[in-house]
Design a protein around this ligand. Structure first.
Ligand code: F0G
Length: 351
């Protein structure tokens, strides 16, 4: 076995690079597809988790960022900019370091997880908290990239989705074929669009016999695609997907309709329950937004939109360590003991 080289080298012939392209990478991708015993039991489906929190900066964004920064470097960019609910900024900041670029980041003030803020700062990004939501940040980032010498690396940059489609290739390569259903959270709607591109490409080339039905899930307080209208003041505890006017709205609807899938909403309460269940019963610690895929699957099985016996992959998009507050919120404070075995044993319930 040879070492994993990152998504651009691994899938070079399927990506918009040439032999001369010098790739900016942190060896992202190659993430595990973990059988989910408990979720399978609960749903009667055969469920796998694509654990994207194991990417270099802890989310799926690295797949797109290696492509976007590689192409920005090829085009001679010295600086990049993004709007973010946290993960895109963490990823952009890290890959900008690799490329020797400066990175500017716009985040909604007070609405991003501490770990993500820490990542952008430790990688030296120039970070502004904007007095507005993610949609306002994206509008501002777009304007700045038009009027100033700075390249936009949000998923409206087409190279981002090209990189992110490699996750679908990995799923098919691991399973030997596409699953019947793929579930994932939807925020700015780039990832569901990218997966669908990847699955369709493999199916068209005969690398898989089928393409899955794509199921996307928004939080009910931030569900513009489900509602059919932008949400001016999106609300959800899952800050990563607190987005009221997704940039890839049209592509996401295409993915849904071409695949025979569905975009639905799940309540924050169900997201939180799925988050706790994944940690406590699967041993997989994800961030809140990521749990929307599993919360959505549970709901879709309940409502009959996904049948028992279906082979399902759920993408869990980000690492739980990015936002430990929600893990601590559900836990009782640890007991303090002296350095004494009988006392510790009794406190642990071993006697
Ligand atoms: N899950 C996580 C952990 C995310 O960070 C995001 C998006 C999504 C799901 C939704 O993916 O936007 O492609 O539909 N985060 C972006 C950011 C918006 O700025 O980090 P999407």
């Amino acid at each position: 076995a040879r070492a994993w080289r990152g998504v651009v080298e691994e899938y070079r012939d399927r990506l918009p690079v040439t032999a001369n392209t010098s790739v900016v990478t942190l060896n992202e991708g190659g993430t595990p597809l973990v059988p989910a015993r408990r979720v399978s039991e609960l749903t009667g489906c055969e469920v796998f988790l694509k654990v994207e929190g194991l990417n270099p900066t802890g989310s799926f964004k690295d797949r797109g960022m290696t492509m976007a920064i590689t192409k920005a470097a090829e085009d001679g960019a010295k600086a990049v900019i993004c709007a973010s609910t946290g993960n895109t900024s963490a990823s952009a900041a890290a890959y900008a370091v690799r490329a020797g670029m400066t990175c500017a980041v716009l985040v909604p003030q007070g609405k991003i997880a501490m770990g993500k803020l820490a990542q952008a700062l430790v990688h030296g990004a120039k970070l502004l908290q904007v007095d507005g939501n993610f949609d306002d940040c994206l509008e501002l980032a777009r304007k700045l990239s038009v009027d100033y010498p700075v390249a936009l690396v949000n998923s409206v940059n087409p190279y981002r989705l090209q990189g992110q489609k490699t996750a679908a290739f990995e799923v098919v390569d691991a399973l030997g074929d596409a699953p019947e259903v793929h579930c994932l959270p939807v925020g700015n709607a780039g990832n569901i669009s990218a997966y669908w591109m990847g699955y369709r490409e493999y199916a068209d080339d005969g690398a898989s016999t089928v393409a899955p039905r794509m199921f996307g899930f928004q939080s009910s307080g931030s569900a513009p695609i489900v509602n059919g209208a932008p949400v001016e003041h999106p609300r959800t505890i899952a800050t990563a997907i607190r987005i009221g006017n997704p940039a890839s709205w049209v592509y996401a609807e295409q993915a849904r309709d071409e695949s025979g899938g569905r975009i639905d909403s799940v309540t924050d309460r169900k997201i939180l329950a799925a988050y706790r269940m994944l940690a406590a019963e699967e041993g997989v610690f994800v961030e809140l937004a990521s749990a929307a895929s599993v919360a959505g699957l549970l709901q879709a099985v309940e409502t009959g939109h996904i049948a028992r016996g279906t082979r399902v992959v759920c993408t869990v998009t980000g690492n739980g360590l990015k936002d430990p507050d929600w893990a601590l919120a559900g836990a009782s404070a640890a007991t303090t003991v002296p350095v004494d075995a009988p006392t510790a044993a009794s406190a642990l319930g071993l006697v």
